[in-house]
Design a protein around this ligand. Structure first.
Ligand SMILES: C[S@@+](CC[C@H](N)C(=O)[O-])C[C@H]1O[C@@H](n2cnc3c(N)ncnc32)[C@H](O)[C@@H]1O
Length: 291
């Protein structure tokens, strides 16, 4: 499966371990973040908004609800499957004539003409983009004068690695040695020079400035809470934190010996099944204007 197809498979079925209650909880959280991005975009009713790395269209469809009859949204993504999902949703919502669909990576939006959009939004996409400077230049290029950028990214540097006695927000007391073994081998998650960890809120500000934006506002929100999570150990094992890494099941199988797996499951299963975990967020929003 190519990276483009992995995204569709993960967003649609693997992100929440295929669990409807978990999916509903994620959607509630995503709606809050979507509204934060759209509030930051200060939409005008007839704006043309480009949502980069649109996924299933969370931000794009949210924008269509706020825009007027003449407002338009272009959904762009590297995944053709996800753009098909957005097309189908646009048909279902009878908004197809106000939508465009463009397959393009965030750092090369060449199908989109210079100065052709009023607003660029993106959520949790730059974290997967190595050439973030090129992406910011592209956002600047496609915006018209006075155009607005509103984006939202998790700042993994502030979240990973978590405390050594915790695994994905669950207490890992008694199996800290196994957690260390898993974290060591996680590659993209722990690679400080990779796109997921090579930036923070200050980097985003510098990137926006370097691309030529003015009136840049960056907000970092850090939050720690203990929340109910409708998860079971089986579904947890089927899930993965992002599409570029395999499910926990295959990670454990690859990294732990059979006896270590048994010890890990014995310790972690009841803690996951209890349905509460510590959630740590470090999230940055950036709004900026093309003067
Ligand atoms: C975590 S999802 C976020 C989806 C959507 N923005 C949302 O808020 O629900 C990341 C999205 O970025 C897309 N993506 C990954 N790498 C990309 C890249 N280099 N350029 C553009 N989109 C990319 C994926 O296909 C996926 O749709």
């Amino acid at each position: 499966m190519t990276e483009r197809d992995l995204w569709a498979e993960w967003l649609i079925s693997r992100r929440d371990g295929g669990d409807p209650a978990m999916r509903a909880a994620s959607l509630r959280q995503l709606a809050v973040w979507r509204d934060l991005i759209l509030d930051g975009a200060h939409l005008h009713v007839d704006d043309h908004l480009l949502d980069v790395g649109t996924g299933e269209g969370l931000v794009g469809f949210g924008a269509l609800q706020r825009l007027g009859e003449r407002g338009r949204v272009t959904f762009s993504d590297i995944s053709t499957d996800l753009l098909d999902v957005c097309r189908a949703a646009a048909d279902e919502l009878h908004v197809r004539e106000r939508c465009g669909f463009v397959q393009a990576p965030a750092d090369d939006l060449s199908p989109i003409a210079d100065g052709s959009v009023d607003v660029v939004t993106t959520r949790s996409v730059l974290i997967y983009v190595a050439a973030k400077d090129r992406a910011f230049s592209e956002f600047h290029r496609v915006l018209g004068d006075g155009g607005r950028l509103s984006l939202f990214e998790p700042i993994n540097r502030h979240m990973f690695p978590g405390p050594p006695d915790e695994f994905m927000g669950y207490s890992a007391s008694g199996v800290e040695d196994l957690v260390a073994k898993i974290q060591c081998a996680r590659g993209s998650w722990t690679d400080a020079t990779g796109p997921m960890l090579d930036f923070d809120d200050a980097t985003l500000e510098q990137l926006a400035e370097g691309a030529g934006f003015s009136e840049i506002e960056v907000t970092l929100r850090r939050r720690r809470s203990v929340e109910p999570v409708p998860m079971t150990w089986e579904r947890f094992l089927d899930s993965s934190p992002n599409p570029l890494v395999p499910s926990w099941n295959s990670v454990l199988e690859r990294l732990l010996t059979p006896s270590e797996r048994t010890r890990f499951s014995k310790a972690m299963q009841p803690r996951v099944d209890v349905g509460r975990r510590t959630i740590r967020h470090a999230l940055a929003t950036v709004t900026a204007i093309k003067a």
